[in-house]
Structure formats: C-alpha cells, structure tokens
Design a protein around this ligand. Structure first.
Ligand SMILES: *Cc1c(COP(=O)(O)O)cnc(C)c1O
Length: 463
C-alpha cells in the first residue's frame, strides 16, 4: 500500500471498484459548485462564464487547451485558510501544486507563506518578491547548491529530511557565517488516503526520518548540537487528498510524543509543529471536503489536547495546503476534435490536450468530471471517455463521464478542479506544447503563464 503513496495524489483505484462511475446527473447542463470555481456560471445563451468572461471568448483569444484560473476564487480560498488558522499559526501554500509569479504575489498579499522544494521554485518565489523569511524549503535531496542559495537568501526554514542533510545545512550555514532555522521532517507511521488511513510501525518511503527505532530522536540530538542550526520544530506530512482527520490525530499524538521526549532529554521545548498538507478537494460531486475553518478547529484542538496531556506549551502550528487552495480554482478548457462511438461500449471523445496537461488520471487513476461549456444541450446523456491526442492508449483525461449525445467536433468542453498538479506536472510528451494559464477576474482575462511555442521547444534542442 505504501508504494502507491505519493504527495501529489491518491491512487483512487485503491478505494474505488473498477468501472466505478456515478449515475448520469438529472441535468447535464448543471454546474456543481463543489467542483467548479466560485464565479463559474452560464450566461443567457448557455455559454459558461468565469470571472465575468465567457469561454468562447477565452478560447478565441488564448486558444485551447488552456487552464483558466479564477483569481477571485484563489484569493478567497487563500484568505479562508489564513483566517481560519488566525495569527497564532502559519499557512504555507505548497508551491508544487501550481506556482507562478502572479500566484506568489497573490499569496504575499493574502498573508500566506510559501513552501518550495527546488531551486526553480525558490527562484520563482524570490523573483516575485516573496520575503525570504516566509519561505520554507523542502525536499529529500536538495543539492548543496540549492541549500547554499536558500541559506544565502535567508529562507525562514529548511525542512531537514535526512542525517546527511542535517550536516550539509549546518556546514553551509556556518560557512556563510549564519544560523539557519530548521525543522526535522519525521515519518510517524501514518499514511492517509482519502477516506482511510493506515497506521504502521515503519514507513517504507523516501521522505523524512522515521520516528520508529529512535531515529527521529537521534536526528534532534544531532541538530541541537550543531552551531549552524537553530532547530525550531518537527514536521510531519502524512499523505494527500485526505478527508478524514483521524490520520492527523495519530500523527499529532506521535509528534507531540517526540516533543515531550525532547523536553525530557534536552530541557528544550521546540516552539513549532508543522502538520503538512494533503487536505482533499472535490474532484467529482461524490467528494465531500471539509472547510478550512473545520480543519483549523480540528487540528488546533488535537494539538492543544495532546500538549496538555504531555504538559507542554502548545507550539505554533503550521499547515501546508496546496491542492486545497489552487485545485478547485481552475478548469482546463479543451476543444473537441473527434467523437467516436464504440457500439455497446462507450463514446471516445478526443480533445486537443491530454496526458501532457493532466497526467493525474494516467498516474493515479484520478477521477475528474467534464462538461460541455460552449452551449447547453437537451440531448440524452451518453457514457463517454475523454481522451487526449497522445500516442498512448492510457492517455485518458476523464475515464467515465456523461456528456450530451449531440456532442460534436468544435464544441468546447472543460474539466474542472485542474488547478493543482496539472500545469505543474505538465510535460512535452509528443512535443506537444504546454498550455497557458489564464487568470480571469472582474471581466478581464490575462495570461499568467504563456503557452509554449515550437520556438521554445527548438531553443532547447541545440542540434
Ligand atoms: C505535497 C506536499 C504538500 C501539499 O500537498 P497537497 O495535497 O497539495 O495539500 C504539503 N507539504 C508537503 C511536505 C508536501 O510534500
């Protein structure tokens, strides 16, 4: 089971039976706001609009495929997390879900902090003006060069992931004449997916230092001894697309247990605990995610209770939502190219993108929904599979979907909830050009990441 765990998404196949799909909705024209960005609706002609701009206009101006991001929705979700956790906690947006300079500025303005996990993400954050002290640097194999750049920039924390890294960061900080704030990422033997979690003694995965066998305690011992490091806390990230808080409960219990051991052994109360991200969103109408204020309340209560029991001062909590902020704010706009009914099976609808702009279906068996957005239809629902244009039969965007039976080439369809881990995981497979990200707000649309061009591709190919 742990082999299928991945920070960017669940293996829905683990929890859903093969061939699972919901019954067709009563009205295919209805847009469920659980999965669509807040400002999405239909105008009087039945054309879908977002941020006051209609999708036909967007397709004409920016082409397809394109990721269309609702800026007001992004800001509202970021603010909801910020407000829910209040001034005594920190919210770090996980940049790997989707990062661009515009996003960094929105986060800065809304008072969020930012997680990065590579030199490229760090460069993006700094170039958009995110104050370095609000940046956390993650990753299980940061290069010495990345570590040096992060320390030099003055990032607020580096999350240490191995014994080698404890030494590397300490050495770098010392050679630069500074003391780096760090957290130690531990694995607490909890793995959460969607509606269930598994508590195990050992975690068979690459991230973090196991609590089991006293390894995490040893990591703390070493970090406390090194002059280049200021150990500010313990970090734990238990999984992704989580709906059930019980995994966090076990994780918090175990992290606080370590804090208590640290206090007993070293007389030090570490001031912070980071519970990671992984909070789920609705990809289809069947999913029921929790609101940020419920999550904040639950996590704060769990940590407070555990600390009271251990007679520890409650540490400052931080969380790292990525998907839960950006995921629901964007949809991918595609044009239908071919419609191929296979008798007795289903209809294959080919769109002008595919696994290069959304790898999650192929990679994790992720579920998505889809809607006809350039018009409404009163035709019967047909069972469809939305596929891309790549030379791969696994190039599926939406595995099981109902679309109106009169769907035709030239129609625009959109797949909602593609804000997270789609553009950020996009590839150039088949030398397909990566789509732009277009932000819409108050009747205006602007490109925040432009479409790749053939020139871009050829520039890398030096012959
Ligand atoms: C991926 C990741 C996150 C964000 O996960 P989401 O599922 O997008 O919320 C947060 N923290 C760490 C350490 C991660 O690796």
């Amino acid at each position: 089971m742990s082999r299928s765990a991945h920070p960017a998404g669940p293996r829905h196949a683990d929890v859903l039976p093969e061939g699972h799909y919901s019954a067709p909705p009563a009205d295919l024209n209805t847009l469920d706001h659980k999965v669509w960005a807040q400002t999405v609706g239909r105008d009087a002609d039945g054309v879908v609009t977002v941020g006051g701009v209609d999708v036909k206009q967007l397709a004409e101006e920016f082409g397809t495929p394109a990721y269309i991001l609702d800026e007001a929705d992004f800001r509202a979700r970021a603010r909801a997390w910020r407000t829910a956790f209040g001034p005594d906690a920190d919210v770090f947006y996980a940049g790997k879900a989707f990062l661009s300079r515009a996003v960094v500025r929105w986060l800065d303005e809304e008072g969020l902090n930012l997680d990065v996990c590579s030199g490229g993400e760090l460069a993006t954050a700094l170039s958009a003006g995110m104050p370095a002290e609000r940046i956390a640097f993650h990753g299980n194999n940061k290069s010495t060069e990345e570590i040096r750049r992060a320390v030099e920039a003055g990032v607020g924390r580096i999350v240490l992931d191995s014994f080698q890294e404890i030494v590397r960061v300490a050495h770098t900080a010392q050679s630069l004449g500074t003391r780096q704030k760090v957290q130690i990422r531990i694995t607490v033997g909890v793995e959460a997916h969607t509606h269930e979690f598994i508590a195990t003694a050992h975690e068979d995965q690459k991230f973090g230092i196991p609590l089991a066998g006293g390894q995490a305690a040893e990591a703390v011992r070493r970090a406390l001894q090194l002059d280049g490091l200021e150990l500010i806390g313990i970090h734990s990230h238990i999984g992704s697309q989580i709906f059930d808080m019980s995994g966090f409960e076990v994780a918090a219990h175990r992290v606080v247990g370590l804090l208590k051991d640290v206090r007993d052994e070293h007389g030090v109360e570490l001031p912070e605990i980071d519970l990671g991200g992984g909070l789920g969103i609705a990809y289809t109408s069947d999913d029921d995610p929790r609101e940020p204020h419920e999550i904040a309340k639950a996590l704060t209560e769990i940590v407070t209770r555990e600390c009271e029991a251990a007679r520890l001062r409650t540490p400052r909590i931080s969380v790292e939502p990525g998907r839960a902020i950006v995921g629901p704010t964007a949809f991918t706009l595609y044009e239908v190219g071919t419609v191929k009914p296979l008798d007795g099976l289903r209809t294959y609808v080919s769109v002008d993108g595919g696994m290069s702009d959304n790898i999650r279906t192929a990679l994790y068996d992720a579920e998505y929904s889809v809607a006809l957005v350039s018009r409404t239809s009163t035709a019967e629902p047909m069972l469809a599979r939305v596929v891309g244009k790549h030379c791969e039969s696994g190039d599926i965007v939406v595995k099981d979907a109902f679309l109106p039976a009169d769907l035709a080439p030239g129609d625009l369809v959109a797949v909602p909830a593609t804000g997270a881990y789609c553009r950020s995981m996009a590839s150039n497979y088949n030398h397909v050009l990566r789509p732009p990200v277009v932000a819409v707000r108050d009747g205006e649309a602007r490109v925040i990441v432009r479409r790749e061009t053939e020139e871009d591709l050829l520039r890398l190919d030096v012959g």
